[in-house]
Design a protein. Structure first.
Lengths: 622, 186
């Protein structure tokens, strides 16, 4: 288990991987390595995600932030607080029991990213072709362990897929049961594959002394059965009680650690940073401001759910059988054991017929994905990845075809991506009102500065708080809406949290959001440039003043159009400029219009100064 | 006097925002100064000593027919109010004075302050060698000797105010009664 360096977002929160979701956040957390406090890591936010536990310090977050992959965590223990000691959660790493890793850590030099070891372990991570899954499902009626049929594919299975009944009682299981069983089994699938790997040429170099036979079994460790938790003797291949296979679990551990080593960054940081250092014994999170119960609960949940397996799983194969099974559409769904059957060569489509055929095929595929997804909620979760991809592609095609409501659609569809990033109240402890606000504040800052959406840029660098509130809540798809009060509080925190956006209040009380480096001077410069420009352009209709000297009047609407602001913002910016003496107003039947300020003498060049002339005239004796 | 060249309005007069009271205090002050100058030079040009507000807002002074912009009665009164205040009070240096007190419909415009008038008159008396000569006020205003002078045709009240300044300085003495005032310069 390693402390890994973290990528932080602009709002100083950990950047989530694709598919990773935020589960819980707690502030005032300290880190321990073994029994010892780690200096500089004693006051920060702990982020629990579906894949990691991340720590981000309050002071100097870019320097002091680490993450631990949950997949390397063996178990988490809860330790209650006692007197002055805060309650803690201890994370134990998966024991490095395999001889493969032992030989490396003992024999090799401390730098872990050696090239031979990389080349040695690479073949292990390469996805093996899908094999018949050796999974069992437990019948919910009679609790008999049935084997999952070898042709069952979780990625294509629907309710209509034929499912064999229970061998004991003859009742068909629900699809969800089967899906779960397969997903659990996917975790163990790579076990047997790795076991055979050391015999491959090229891997010999890393563990030359050990024969492949010794690999799966650690010396003294006992193997607990993954199904019934009975602790078996290590030399047993099957559980004594329930008969489940034990080989996979033992080998799995070695695989995990072995494959991990390859991807951990080689250089150890020169300064005394803990990043990339290995945790040998255990590490602790000390909860100084509560929240430990929920954190522990969700951590346990995450360790059981093992979402990272979904991410690591090979991408769901396309439906290759469709192109040639077109004449008989009834057969399309029942495509068994995709991996084992060599995919039939795509019929070469030429010309319009080919295009049509491809379009038809794509539509079929989309139908299938959507159909799969919505038939069962469990199945929806299983195919969430595909649906996301589909939504993204739909959005892209919608954008390119230039539809009218493109913007609204984009916002709605993008919400699917942002769903993983939002902080909701239930991610945080009950008593953590201020933490919720600060997390929301960071969340908002990320949302605003997200380059993909470019929300601020689209709005001319400034957006009113109300508009932002509406857009933000819409992107949450109507769940976990943020109250206006919380929203404003969160926005007010940007300044103290030193985030790259700022809340600002105009004289009239309108709140707007802008980048932190946005300044009035910049706006004034823009407006002045515009005014100078207007003095160059001859007016379209005859006017009674000298346009070369005064230019013409502008309204808030025109300013909004020119700078991409909303009208409310434009009105406020113009009044701000008036307040600074750059503009002056004219109230007429057309409404309020603004002019370059030729009334004040000082800042404006080109005005001859009426008062001076007049006084000269008066003083001159006749 | 009717053959005099038409009044040259300053450029600001054709600047539309000139006719809208500005909310920004700095801009407003500048705007009022410009109005004050305009009113003074307008009155000087037309030899106006008392300005009746209801007439003035229909005159080109407060009504720009080319722009179709005007100062409202209230705004015009604000301008004159500002002119009436002393500079210490943030006003225009007592260049105007309400004649009818609080109803504020007629104002005297001091395009020269009484002190300035007094200086000019005293200089003229000295230059023309009329010290220790008794002059009537009517003579001073309408007399042939003063025909070429700036105060020719001046309001009697204005002249008396100016002479009073000289009296206080001990340079003149005013005697006689209502409508029959005479003055003697020392």
């Amino acid at each position: 288990m390693f402390f890994k360096p973290l990528d932080l977002t602009t709002a100083l929160r950990p950047a989530l991987l694709p598919d990773e979701t935020l589960l819980f956040v707690q502030d005032a957390v300290g880190l321990y390595e073994g029994k010892y406090k780690i200096p500089n890591y004693q006051n920060g936010h702990a982020y629990l995600t579906s894949h990691r536990v991340c720590y981000v310090a309050v002071e100097e977050p870019r320097k002091y932030s680490v993450g631990i992959d949950l997949k390397e965590v063996d178990r988490a223990e809860y330790q209650a607080g006692f007197l002055k000691s805060s309650p803690k959660i201890t994370l134990y790493p998966k024991p490095p029991k395999s001889t493969l890793s032992k030989s490396k850590s003992a024999g090799a030099s401390p730098s872990r990213g050696q090239s031979p070891s990389i080349s040695a372990s690479r073949p292990q991570i390469q996805p093996t072709p899908p094999k018949p899954i050796n999974a069992t499902w437990v019948c919910p009626i009679c609790s008999f362990s049935n084997p999952v049929p070898s042709n069952f594919d979780p990625s294509t299975a629907t309710v209509s897929t034929p499912i064999p009944p229970c061998l004991a009682c003859g009742i068909k299981p629900p699809l969800a049961t089967l899906l779960k069983a397969v997903i659990t089994a996917t975790a163990n699938r790579e076990g047997p594959a790795t076991q055979t790997n050391p015999t491959l040429p090229g891997t010999e170099g890393s563990a030359p002394a050990k024969g492949p036979g010794i690999v799966p079994y650690p010396d003294k460790a006992q193997v607990s059965c993954p199904r019934c938790t009975f602790v078996n003797h290590p030399s047993l291949a099957e559980c004594e009680i329930c008969g489940a296979s034990l080989v996979a679990t033992g080998a799995l551990k070695s695989t995990k650690i072995g494959s991990y080593r390859a991807e951990s960054p080689a250089p150890v940081f020169a300064h005394n940073s803990i990043k990339s250092t290995e945790i040998t014994d255990c590490m602790k999170l000390s909860f100084r401001a509560g929240g430990i119960q929920i954190f522990h609960e969700r951590l346990k949940g995450a360790l059981i759910q093992r979402k990272w397996l979904l991410y690591d799983a090979p991408p769901v194969p396309q439906q290759p059988s469709q192109s040639n099974s077109m004449p008989s559409p009834g057969l399309t769904v029942t495509s068994p054991a995709i991996g084992s059957v060599p995919s039939p060569s795509r019929s070469p489509g030429v010309g319009i017929a080919g295009l049509e055929q491809r379009g038809l095929q794509a539509r079929k595929n989309n139908e299938l994905v959507i159909g799969n997804a919505f038939e069962d909620l469990e199945a929806l979760m299983a195919s969430a990845k595909q649906v996301m991809a589909l939504a993204a592609s739909m959005r892209d095609s919608g954008m390119t075809s230039g539809d009218v409501s493109g913007e609204a659609n984009a916002v709605l569809l993008e919400s699917a991506e942002t769903m993983g990033m939002v902080t909701t109240k239930d991610m945080l402890g009950s008593g953590a009102g201020s933490l919720y606000i600060s997390e929301l504040s960071r969340n908002l800052a990320e949302y605003l500065t997200d380059d993909r959406k470019g929300l601020l840029n689209k709005e001319g660098g400034i957006i009113s708080l109300i508009d932002l509130w509406a857009i933000f809540n819409r992107s949450r798809n109507g769940v976990e809406l943020v109250s206006p009060l919380d929203f404003q509080k969160a926005a007010e925190l940007w300044e103290t949290l030193r985030l790259p956006v700022r809340l600002r209040q105009f004289k009239s009380g309108l709140f707007v959001v802008q980048r932190w480096d946005w300044s009035d001077e910049e706006t004034l410069r823009k407006i002045q440039g515009w005014m100078a420009e207007l003095r160059q352009v001859p007016p379209t209709e005859p006017i009674s003043w000298d346009w070369r000297q005064f230019g013409r009047a502008v309204t808030a609407q025109e300013a909004a159009q020119r700078f991409g602001w909303s009208v409310g913002v434009a009105a406020e910016e113009l009044e701000m400029a008036e307040d600074k003496g750059v503009l002056c107003r004219e109230e007429g039947i057309e409404g309020l219009r603004f002019w370059a300020n030729f009334l004040s003498d000082a800042p404006v060049v080109g005005d001859l100064g009426l008062s001076r002339i007049a006084l000269d005239e008066v003083d001159r004796p006749i | 006097m009717t053959t005099a060249p038409p009044f040259q309005f300053p450029s600001t007069y054709s600047f539309p925002p000139f006719f809208t009271p500005q909310p920004n205090s700095a801009t407003r002050t500048s705007q009022l100064q410009k109005w004050s100058s305009l009113v003074q030079s307008w009155c000087r040009h037309h030899r106006i000593y008392r300005l009746t507000l209801s007439d003035a807002i229909e005159s080109p002074l407060f009504y720009n027919s080319a722009l179709r912009k005007r100062l409202s009665m209230k705004d015009a009164r604000d301008v004159l109010d500002w002119m009436a205040k002393s500079e210490e009070e943030g006003g225009g240096g007592q260049r105007a004075e309400w004649i009818d007190g609080n109803s504020k419909t007629v104002a005297r415009i001091w395009w020269k302050r009484p002190e300035e008038w007094a200086g000019i008159v005293a200089d003229w008396v000295e230059n023309t060698g009329q010290k220790n000569v008794v002059l009537t006020v009517y003579e001073l205003i309408e007399g042939e000797g003063a025909m070429s002078q700036e105060w020719h045709g001046m309001d009697t009240d204005v002249m008396l105010k100016s002479l009073n300044v000289l009296v206080k300085r001990g340079k003149a003495q005013v005697f006689g009664g209502e409508g029959q005032e005479g003055v003697k310069f020392f």
